[in-house]
Design a protein around this ligand. Sequence first.
Ligand SMILES: NC(=O)c1ccc[n+]([C@@H]2O[C@H](COP(=O)([O-])OP(=O)(O)OC[C@H]3O[C@@H](n4cnc5c(N)ncnc54)[C@H](OP(=O)(O)O)[C@@H]3O)[C@@H](O)[C@H]2O)c1
Length: 271
Amino acid sequence: MDLDLVNRRVLVTGSSSGIGAGVAQEFAAEGALVVVHGRNAERANAVAEGIRAAGGQAAVAVGDLSNNEGAAAVAKAALAAFGGIDILINNAGGGSEIAEDVSFFKMTPEDLVYTYQANTVAAFRLIQALVPEMRERGWGRVINIASAAGITPTSAQPDYGPAKAAMINLSLGLSKSLKMTGVTVNCVSPGLTMTDRITSGMLTTFAQKRGWGDDVQRAKDYFVKGTGQTASRPAEVADIAYACVMLASPRADIINGTNFHVDAGISPAIN
Ligand SMILES: NC(=O)c1ccc[n+]([C@@H]2O[C@H](COP(=O)([O-])OP(=O)(O)OC[C@H]3O[C@@H](n4cnc5c(N)ncnc54)[C@H](OP(=O)(O)O)[C@@H]3O)[C@@H](O)[C@H]2O)c1
């Protein structure tokens, strides 16, 4: 199927690594003009160079989205790169980077505020900076990368699930605010997704704590079989990327205000 994404201008926040890098690469493979973003300029440039080496077009915007100044600089650089942005993928974020302990009675209020800033408010800042021009042009896309944790909270990370739940709520409200404009707003909510951060970080630590040494595969199997998944494997980065290009395509003009679970069935829901 032709997804009709050639020359559409896309900003993928947090694409200097992990899911965002895969999403950026998939858009470039579809012929889109991609702005790669991260705080780490070296990593962001490496992703952009990889896209160019594969025949795609990519520029770079660098900045911290957890504050207004950083987000304004990112929006400015992204708009300048290809003369506008048609598709905004709000992917940057994750759990608290400042917390020493992510359990309920150890996290501080400041930890929670930071995660909200780096996920929900980061997305809000770029929506305010980039969506008015999409509305004027009569076409655009906002895709917010939330998480299965937004609707299926865990017993830890009281910062993360609520921040992602707020992104899901915000997305539906924004889709209503943009009704009849040609700009759609949807969420993609990944479950466990095999990024470097997950394999060399979370799964490695989990295996070590359980006395399994460096047996990451055993930790992976534990998560697949022991956390309510109904698919037989965890998501790969490409699974999230495919959902994003599909929702961004003009073929998906009619899909609006949804929360796409790309989570191996970990968050079952009737609607
Ligand atoms: N992997 C999973 O299992 C999973 C599951 C559900 C949801 N998600 C969500 O998917 C998204 C990507 O996650 P990932 O696993 O790919 O993580 P990752 O590899 O750690 O990548 C995170 C990206 O976000 C950027 N970033 C983080 N905080 C930022 C900030 N304050 N300002 C600007 N950029 C910031 C990072 O930039 P720099 O490194 O350049 O600083 C990096 O490019 C996140 O929103 C995460 O919550 C992931």
